[in-house]
Design a protein around this ligand. Structure first.
Ligand SMILES: Nc1ncnc2c1ncn2[C@@H]1O[C@H](COP(=O)(O)OP(=O)(O)O)[C@@H](O)[C@H]1O
Ligand SMILES: [Mg+2]
Length: 157
């Protein structure tokens, strides 16, 4: 996918982050009013990441899912869940309960975050992982690895 017209400076920042993903990882927050082209930039970044051989995990926030615990984490980790058997049993149980793929009371956010981080780290040890979070302002409000101080609606991608 080509870079959206006029967004070369922003794409350069994203491309630099992708190039710098080894060995320590990078984080970029894209902010802007609705319609300014955040999703389009993310699509371009996704194409670049795949072209570079990186593993892409993605989440798109939806207002209707804001109240659903762990909905955002579910989207991000779904492609990795086949590997959840490699986690220590307690971690695996915490994560799978949280994501609704096994019975049980969803555990504390902290336990889920640890398990999620472990799963991501194991995946990243095989191939660098890029996590793209679009419309993060609609992510559920359960404490998790992606939770921080919320920015105003429409301000994050
Ligand atoms: N650089 C650009 N030039 C022209 N149109 C664009 C550009 N970036 C985005 N668009 C278009 O503008 C609309 C809004 O873009 P989008 O990426 O969805 O914005 P946001 O995610 O910030 O709300 C879409 O129809 C998209 O195709
Ligand atoms: Mg968008």
């Amino acid at each position: 996918m080509s870079v959206p017209a006029g967004r070369e400076p922003q794409f350069t920042v994203l491309a630099a982050a992708l190039a710098g993903i080894r060995p320590t990882g990078r984080t970029v927050v894209l902010r802007g009013d609705p319609g300014m082209g955040k999703t389009a930039l993310l699509r371009a970044a996704e194409a670049a990441a795949r072209h570079a051989g990186l593993r892409v995990l993605r989440m798109t926030g939806a207002e209707a899912e804001t109240g659903l615990a762990f909905a955002a984490l579910h989207q991000v980790l779904w492609p990795l869940l086949d590997d959840s058997h490699v986690l220590p049993p307690a971690q695996r149980a915490a994560l799978e309960s949280a994501l609704g793929v096994r019975d049980g009371t969803p555990p504390e956010g902290f336990a889920v975050a640890g398990a999620a981080l472990d799963l991501l780290a194991r995946a990243a040890a095989r191939r660098p992982v890029v996590v793209l979070l679009d419309d993060l302002q609609w992510a559920d409000r359960v404490e998790g690895p992606f939770e921080g101080e919320p920015l105003p609606a429409g301000q994050r991608a």
